[in-house]
Design a protein around this ligand. Structure first.
Ligand SMILES: NC(=O)c1ccc[n+]([C@@H]2O[C@H](COP(=O)([O-])OP(=O)(O)OC[C@H]3O[C@@H](n4cnc5c(N)ncnc54)[C@H](O)[C@@H]3O)[C@@H](O)[C@H]2O)c1
Length: 304
């Protein structure tokens, strides 16, 4: 069972770490966060702001947890695959809590946010990262597959955005980073549901940003190109993605490392992005900037 019933796996951590208001030297992602005694229970626990990362057991989720922890956050790695989230927590240490979460279930999402706040005292950042893919030609796209993709990649994002957003608004501020894709901007055979869901998230990102801007909640998105994760490897192994044309189409001529996406997420979550909201930052090795059709001049990836 997901959500509240399993939130017992959300590990207690860091009790007795920092003392309120005297030794906080972390890079604080919120202007109002840091060495303030007004910051509530989390200060009594560890002094760290709290991030909820959905899909926290996967490739980009794990890299995001590592990046955020290294920059002073406590991370709740929440995933349908609880063992995967637990492996991330075991690997990264006590500043990561593992939580079972199914973003397709309202009760699970509500319990994840409520459980996080109950255990850690607050929530400062939501990273909407959980995602799935189903590939099929559009003319025969099965409705079950279409609905599955939408349920996780679009509706799941909105469920988490609503639940976490209410908490962030109640606290007076915070940030959301939604993980979209270059697929939101370009047509690609067999990816109709995935592309539609990601484009929908871009639209929701902008809407949430303007609704919440004056109340201190920033909402942005990161749009990766092709990233070297197990998700991508699975498609390569099944012959559904051919990396040759992908790399040839990418001006940098290589895949992204998950850590390169995680650093963008951390930037968008941080005070360095304090005037940035409603934006999609594509981290794609130049993929979207490229016209995509050779014009006579050779693309040069060889610096020599
Ligand atoms: N890998 C890429 O090339 C790439 C490119 C662009 C965008 N993205 C996006 O990045 C995000 C992360 O992808 P990844 O490559 O790390 O994939 P991944 O498969 O490694 O991780 C996705 C995680 O989401 C979890 N998940 C799936 N359904 C869930 C549900 N209902 N509730 C909660 N968790 C669920 C999975 O268990 C998994 O751990 C996705 O949104 C994906 O669409 C990936």
């Amino acid at each position: 069972m997901a959500g509240l019933a399993r939130s017992t796996s959300l590990r207690e951590r860091g009790v007795g770490g920092r003392t309120p208001g005297n030794d906080c030297n972390i890079e604080c992602p919120r202007a109002s966060c840091g060495a303030s005694v007004d910051d509530g229970p989390v200060q009594a626990l560890s002094g760290r702001p709290v991030a909820l990362v959905t899909g926290g057991g996967g490739g980009i989720g794990r890299a995001t947890a590592a990046e955020l922890v290294a920059h002073g956050w406590h991370v709740v790695a929440a995933d349908l695959d609880l063992p995967a989230a637990e492996r991330v927590a075991a690997e990264l240490g006590e500043e990561v809590s593992a939580l079972e979460l199914d973003v397709t279930r309202q009760d699970s999402v509500d319990a994840a946010v409520a459980g996080t706040v109950a255990r850690l005292g607050r929530l400062d950042l939501l990273v909407n990262n959980a995602g799935i893919q189903r590939h099929s030609p559009l003319e025969s796209f099965a409705w079950d597959d279409w609905r599955a993709v939408m349920d996780v990649n679009l509706d799941g994002v909105v469920r988490c955005l609503q639940a976490a957003g209410r908490q962030l608004l109640a606290q007076g501020g915070g940030a959301v980073v939604n993980v979209v894709s270059v697929a939101a901007e370009r047509g690609q055979p067999a990816r109709a549901a995935y592309a539609a869901a990601k484009a929908g998230v871009v639209a929701v990102t902008r809407t949430a940003a303007v609704e919440w801007a004056a109340r201190g909640v920033r909402v942005n998105a990161v749009g990766p190109g092709y990233v070297g994760t197990e998700m991508l490897q699975g498609f390569v192994d099944r012959g559904q993605v051919d990396l040759g044309p992908v790399l040839a189409r990418t001006p940098m001529g290589r895949l992204a490392q998950p850590a390169e996406i995680a650093r963008v997420i951390r930037f968008l979550a941080s005070d360095d992005a304090s005037y940035v909201t409603g934006q999609v930052l594509y981290a794609d090795g130049g993929f979207l900037a490229d016209f995509g059709v050779p014009s006579g001049g050779a693309r040069t990836t060889d610096p020599g």
